[in-house]
Design a protein around this ligand. Structure first.
Ligand code: PLP
Length: 456
C-alpha cells in the first residue's frame, strides 16, 4: 500500500470508529486542558503526513463534542448523514475550486442538479436562482444583498456601482424575534442595524401581521422567519407576504432550519404562501444533516441575485462555459469548496420521502420530549411545540439544571432567554436520534432537576 493510500485508509477508519462510538461517548468532553500541549510548538522541519495526522487526531479527539451524535440537543444542530459525510470526504480529496465551468465542470453541474432538487423539495418556484453558501448567515447575506439591489434599483439607484452614500433611504422591517444573523448581514451590507424597524412578535414568537401592516408604507425589505430559533414558530406567510407585496416590498424569509418543514406533506400547509417570497435562506448543515459548511440562498429574481453577487474580470470571459451558470456568480466567494457533492449525496441517501420522514420524526420526538418533561413536577414547557424546538422552565433553577445536565455527559442542551424568562432550549434536528435517546435525555434532566432541587 502506498503511503497516501495507507494514510487515507487510516483516516477513513478513524472517522468510522468515531462515528460508530459517538452515541455512547460523553456528549461534552470533561477535560480539554491537554489539547494545546499535545498540539506542540511550530514545527521547524517537515514530517511524514501520517505522523502529523495521527498527532492531530490523538490530540483533539478527547476534546470533541458529540454534536453529530443522537443526544446533542443544543443550538439547532444536525448530525451529518453517512452518504453526505463520505461525499464531503470526496470533495476534500478531489479539491475542486467550484467557481465556474472552467475551474470545475463537475462541481458546477452537481450544484446545478442539487439546486434544482432543493427547490423541488422545498416547494420554491422552479425559476428561482440559487447559491450554495456557508450556512444560514451566508444565505441571509446573499438574500438581503439581492433585496438591497432590487429595492434601490426600483428607486433608480445602482447600489453595486454607486454604493450607499447618497442612496435613497432603504427601510428594513423585521420581526423583533428575528435571528441575530439578520443584523450581522445588515451590518455587512452597509445598511447597519439601526436600519431595522422592529415589528412586534406574538406570544409564540411569530411576527404580528397587524403590526407589520401598521409599519409598512411603500418599498422596503421585509424579513420574515420560518422557524423561530427559540420556539420554532412560523410567521403567517400568506398574510404577511400579501401585505408586503401590496406595498411593493421585498420579502426575505430566514428559514435556516424551519424551511425544511416545507419538505414534509404534514407540515407544508403550516407554511402556505412561503413560496411567494422574494428570497429564502436555508441551511444544509442543520436539518438536512449535511456536514458543515452548507447553506443555500434562493431568489425569485435571478437578475437581482446575479446583479448583487456576480463577479466579472477580463480573465473570466470566453471560458467556453456553453451558457452554463457559474456557481461563483450567486455567492460572495470566488474560489470555494464544492458544496454540491455533499448536498447531492444527502438528498440521494434520504430521497423525498426520507427527508419528510426525518422532519416528521424530529417533530414527533420534540413532542415526546415536551410531554415527558411536563409530567415532572415543577417543570413547565412554555412554547407550543409546533416544530422541533422545546423551551422548558425550571423556575429560578433553570440555569443550574441546564449546567447539571451539561455536566452529566448524557446529553447536551443550552439555555436561552425568551420573553424575559431563562429557559432550557431543546432542539431535535439529528437523523440518528431515537425515542430511546429522548427518554435518556428526559431521565438526565429529571436527575439534574432532582439534584438541584434537593440542594435547595
Ligand atoms: C442557525 C440560524 C441561522 C444562521 O445559520 P448558520 O448556519 O449558523 O449561519 C439563521 N437563522 C436562523 C433562524 C437560524 O436558526
Amino acid at each position: 500500500m502506498s503511503e497516501l493510500r495507507g494514510l487515507l485508509a487510516e483516516v477513513a477508519a478513524r472517522v468510522a470508529d468515531y462515528r460508530e462510538s459517538v452515541a455512547e461517548a460523553p456528549v461534552f468532553p470533561d477535560d480539554t486542558a491537554g489539547v494545546r500541549e499535545k498540539l506542540g510548538a511550530l514545527p521547524e522541519t517537515p514530517a511524514p503526513p501520517a505522523d502529523v495526522v495521527r498527532r492531530l487526531a490523538d490530540a483533539v479527539e478527547p476534546a470533541l463534542v458529540a454534536s453529530t451524535g443522537p443526544r446533542y440537543f443544543g443550538f439547532v444542530t444536525g448530525g451529518a448523514l453517512d452518504a453526505a459525510t463520505a461525499a464531503d470526504m470526496l470533495a476534500t480529496g478531489w479539491d475542486q475550486p467550484a467557481f465556474n465551468m472552467a475551474t470545475s465542470p463537475a462541481a458546477a453541474i452537481v450544484e446545478e442538479v442539487a439546486g434544482e432538487w432543493l427547490k423541488d423539495l422545498l416547494g420554491l418556484p422552479p425559476t428561482a436562482s440559487f447559491g450554495f453558501v456557508t450556512g444560514g448567515q451566508g444565505a441571509n447575506t446573499v438574500g438581503l444583498a439581492a433585496a438591497r439591489h432590487h429595492v434601490l434599483a426600483q428607486a433608480g439607484w445602482d447600489v453595486e456601482r454607486r454604493g450607499l452614500p447618497g442612496a435613497p433611504p432603504l427601510r428594513v422591517i423585521a420581526g423583533e424575534e428575528r435571528h441575530a444573523t439578520i443584523d450581522r448581514s445588515l451590518r455587512l451590507l452597509g445598511l447597519g442595524t439601526d436600519a431595522v424597524e422592529p415589528v412586534r412578535a406574538n406570544a409564540q414568537g411569530a411576527i404580528d401581521v397587524a403590526d407589520l401592516e401598521r409599519v409598512l408604507d411603500g418599498p422596503a425589505i421585509v424579513c420574515l422567519q420560518a422557524g423561530n430559533v427559540n420556539s420554532g414558530a412560523f410567521d403567517d406567510f400568506a398574510a404577511a407576504i400579501r401585505i408586503a407585496h401590496e406595498h411593493g416590498a421585498w420579502v426575505h424569509v430566514d428559514g435556516a432550519f424551519g424551511l425544511w418543514a416545507a419538505a414534509s406533506p404534514a407540515f407544508r400547509p403550516l407554511m402556505a404562501g412561503v413560496e411567494r417570497a422574494d428570497s429564502w435562506a436555508v441551511d444544509g448543515h442543520k436539518w438536512l444533516n449535511v456536514p458543515y459548511d452548507s447553506g443555500y440562498a434562493f431568489c425569485a429574481h435571478p437578475e437581482s441575485h446575479r446583479a448583487a453577487m456576480s463577479m466579472t474580470a477580463a480573465y473570466l470571459t470566453g471560458q467556453g462555459d456553453g451558457g452554463m451558470r457559474a456557481p461563483g456568480d450567486f455567492v460572495p466567494e470566488s474560489s470555494r469548496r464544492a458544496r454540491g457533492f455533499a448536498t447531492w449525496a444527502a438528498i440521494g441517501e434520504l430521497g423525498r420521502t426520507g427527508i419528510a420522514e426525518m422532519v416528521d420524526r424530529c417533530c414527533a420526538l420534540a413532542r415526546r420530549f415536551a410531554e415527558r418533561l411536563e409530567a415532572i413536577e415543577g417543570v413547565t414547557v412554555v412554547n407550543d411545540v409546533v416544530l422541533n424546538q422545546v423551551l422548558v422552565s425550571f423556575g429560578a433553577e433553570t440555569d443550574r439544571v441546564v449546567e447539571a445536565v451539561q455536566r452529566s455527559g448524557e446529553c447536551w442542551m443550552g439555555a436561552t432567554t425568551w420573553h424575559g424568562q431563562r429557559l432550557m432550549r431543546i432542539s431535535l434536528s439529528n437523523w440518528t436520534t431515537t425515542a430511546a435517546d429522548v427518554d435518556r435525555g428526559v431521565a438526565a434532566v429529571q436527575a439534574a432537576w432532582a439534584a438541584v432541587a434537593s440542594k435547595g
